[in-house]
Design a protein around this ligand. Sequence first.
Ligand code: FAD
Length: 929
Amino acid sequence: MALSSERLFDSLGHFGRFQACVYFASVFQAMSCGIHYLASVFMAVTPNFVCGFPGNVSSVLFHNSSASSIEDIWTLWTSTENYIVVQLENGEIWELDQCSRSKREVSLDLAYEYKGNKSVFPCSDGFLYDDTKWKSTVVTQWDLVCDREWLAKLIQPTFMLGVLIGAVIFGDIADRLGRQRVIWFTSAGQFVFGIAVAFTFDYYSFVVVRFLLAMVSSGYLVVAFVYVTEFVGIKARTWASMHVHAFFAMGIMVVALVGFLVRTWWVYQIFLSIATLPFVLCCWMLPETPFWLLSEERYEDAQKVIDTMARWNKVSTPCKVSELCSVQQDDLSSGRIGDDDTSSTKKHNILDLFCNWQIARRTITVWLIWFTGSLGYYVFSLSSVSLGGNEYLNLFLIGAVELPCYIIACVAMDKLGRRNTLIPFLILSALICVLIMFIPQDFNILIILANMAGKFSIGVAFGLIYLYTAELYPTIVRSLAVGSGSMMCRVGSVVAPFCVYLRSVWIFMPLVGVNQDLGNVLGGDDDKMCIKNVTCFAFHLQEKIDYFLPLYKLTGAVVPQTHSVVTKIAADTEEWVGTYLFCLCILEMASPKVAVVGAGVIGLSTALCITETCPSCSVAVLSDQFSPNTTSDVAAGMLIPHTYPDTPIHRQKQWFKETFTYLFAISNSAEASEAGIHLVFGWQVFKSTPKEALPFWSDIVLGFRAMSEAELLKFPQHQFGQAFTTLKCDCPPYLLWLEKRLKAAGAQMYTRKVADLWELHSEYDIVVNCAGMGAHQLVGDKQLFPVRGQVLKVHAPWVKQFIRDGDGLTYIYPGIHRVTLGGTREKGSWSLSPDAGTTKDIFDRCCSLEPSLQGAQGMEVKVGLRPSRQCVRVQREVLSQGGVELPVVHNYGHGAGGFSVHRGTAIEAAQLVEECISALQGSSSRAKL
Ligand code: FAD
């Protein structure tokens, strides 16, 4: 979606009746994704069990308690280390362990302790399961215990692998075949595969069908996310996209509810799958998104959807597809795409996310957060059922806790900004992880509360990262960045189940906390590290190695010998990798975010100066127009200063000098032709002697002198003249060169109209206003007025010298390819339409100065509004609302001389930005950074 998307929503409403219906229908189905992602927590649970025995039991003994059946013993069963003694009707006495059984050689009387000989047998008669809580699970159905336990542990990771693959495949298919078809297919697939899982006949068919279910579930989620954001306007997009996650969370609550009511796994699975039925029955009514239709050039279909939207939203005059296309075309032709656009004129690859140090650092940070967020999200969710207490209530609460967290995330993002919301919640979740490790295992309630707090904080961070990633990257690699981040997220979700299984492999940290002297714990290498830095959560490599123990076993690795060595290496590596990456993460988020509004010569050069003076800043240029559609593109670009009456001359001179020096260096470099900068000699002629014989800039331009008598012969109507060499910028090439430099410095470019500077306060620390004439409306500056200028661009390569009439009204400025003929100065006129009479007048005036121009070819007429003021506004200001402050630096009002002083005012503005940064760091607003 480009700028056109906002035009569409401005016309049809950002979240009208139509969008509400489409939104709630689509997100309702997102619930089923939450259901299937978490269904295994009850379906694949392993109840208490012991080895089966041959024959009928006559009595059962467990420590001092006896019973006539094993069912009565389960309530006494406390540890998997215990065994149960059974006496059979034939008199045999068996000791039943979890994965083996022993027959006592002497079976005279039934006692729990036995010192005599016994023969050990494998569990060839199957297993006896405690069915007081779950009548049947897939573990009990296919005996996924003991040497088949690893099969049970692979159920959730294989599902998550399906999620990973589904997201990639269906994301791509949705771009090719359309969102609507993928939504139909994946929601029908969820129903069909969901029911099919309940009828699988063995473990392998169960895993395969669930893998397919995972693919369609994640496919649905990814495409539904895109689908709803393509239907919702920017004003409602943050809330709408965040709350897709809320419906996923409701799915988790449904799992808890159904798990509580139904205790047979396949009935439970059928009930869960039926939840998707209402949507499957009506999803065929959902329309395709107009943006996908436009991208496929299906204009009539797109218009039909727009008309339907208009009818539902009661809009009488909907916008036309042709209007959207023209804007898109403009954006595409400039190679620049809007804020939410996913297309690009050039194919980019993953290496573009590492194209320079700043972007690479950002990518690593973002990936880290995606991975950590997803890992944390699933670890907290999946492990909630094994925390003790009521597992159904635990899971329900772990889902419910997510609902307020998206509301808080939306509000906090708006009030504090993305980064200031993300950092505290990430740190909080890490601290909670550390805390949980030290809570004694008996303190169930405390552990559950800490788990919920952890889920809440990671939920805020995880929910936000989608949107934040999209905003952190330049448009051209944005979808790539979100896609790669989401891939890291899937990796986190594949790893998460292993982390949860660690509970049975690795001794609980809380127990270590209670059984050992705290000083010893802190003295231990691994734990000291955990206390010392919160990166334990994100980068606990040792944990990961432990988590992978089941896999090591699976592959037959000699775990005991290698584990200690690997653990040591991992612990050391983790310490520095974790600390380093965490610092990067904090540093990245702590670098001040500066928004520069405006992409004319002033905005681009100011942004470039900021990247140079403050390399740690993250700079974004936001503008509703870029080259070639700015006033700066119309300008002749000559370095002959205009005088601002209310700006001290020494300041103007300084600005001009800095600009001249900067451009002169470029003109002497290999980049001169690409940047469109060149030296040009010429004359400024006067009909009468000028007021000042020497302008203030005469010692800055080269070879300034009075014109000779011989030279003046060329201008018979003029009596006096000055000759000098100055610089000229060919405007569009220079603007493109500035953009290129900015991108190389890691700055981002967004096509965005800023209605009010305050709207940027939540996303940026400092705003720089370089909106040119746009500042009239943006900051309500009544001192700013337009001075309309019309120029002609002609092809006349024989004209090599510039000629300027001393009044500045008529001029001939030869550029590298074209000659600019000017001009007009119409104060207060806002008209951007070329005037034919003025065109003739300009041409005649120029021909009277340089008659050879009669032979000029290929005339192009351009109009621009000079953003004029009595003085240029380069100034600091602090906006304040409800106690929140936003530092602003203004740099606009350059009138007829923007090119002549752009670098000088940019340097001054960049210094003001530095001052703002120092003020922010030193003041109570430090937290903002
Ligand atoms: P602009 O180029 O207008 O840039 C403003 C930017 O802000 C644009 O990108 C715009 O889209 C953006 N913007 C505005 N409002 C918003 C908003 N609300 N949200 C987001 N973005 C917004 N100067 C010289 O030094 N030498 C010359 O020879 C010369 N010749 C000229 C000839 C003509 C005919 C004209 C018209 C001007 C000439 N000038 C010349 C003056 C020079 O062009 C201007 O001083 C200079 O272009 C001003 O640059 P700017 O970046 O402030 O404004």
